[in-house]
Design a protein around this ligand. Sequence first.
Ligand code: NAD
Length: 229
Amino acid sequence: MKKLVVFSGAGVSAESGIQTFRDSDGLWEQHNIEDVATPEAFAKNPALVLDFYNQRRSRIGEVQPNEGHKSLALLDSAFETTVITQNIDDLHERAGSKNILHLHGEITKARCSKNSNDIQSIGYKNIEIGQLSKSGHQLRPHIVWFGEAVPAYEDALPIISNCDILIVVGTSLNVYPAAGLIHYATKAEQKIIVDPNMNSNEIPDGFELKKGSAASVLPNLVQQLLKAN
Ligand code: NAD
């Protein structure tokens, strides 16, 4: 079975109604990264940070996977597929993809603010001030904040290095180290980028651009890959 990697970012969830990160109407036009997405912010104003993620979590609980997520899940039947996502939402899971690596954490989980291995599932419920982990400290979102290490990077490296086909979808390739992973796909015979806003002169060497939104491009692309396999 050929090995296929999907490397996804916020754009794959845009048509589900989740704001992206850096588009002009994106999340970070309305919030300062320094105020809500760093360990320093959590130390300074934990209530503000928890509230920011509580709102994101509740919104994610209300939306549904789109045709992009759903078509990607069909790849599991024909390829050894891994979805390596920068997204903290659970829409790939809910669309049916089985093998998913979250580089930047998962919003449906909370973890101890002192012991990063003490992780629990919380679904779409809020995390409140005073809500403690099993080891007795304040819970925080199970999210990789700016300035924190990306532990799943090491797991992602061999997977992407050995893939035969790479689909990159919905990422501006601006957030490092995650964005650097695509350069390790040196064995891939086919590398495709799906994005409605990129132009061919902006994409990395060796990639083919399928210009369009995830929900409009991925269903056809996936059918083509399934037929060609
Ligand atoms: P980004 O906002 O920097 O880039 C989004 C990309 O998606 C852009 O290139 C844009 O042109 C493209 N895009 C917009 N609409 C699209 C559509 N309908 N279909 C396909 N592509 C579309 O996002 P990023 O590169 O993922 O940024 C990285 C960070 O954003 C990650 O750390 C991630 O954790 C965080 N983030 C995640 C979510 C989520 O979990 N849904 C939401 C916002 C931000």
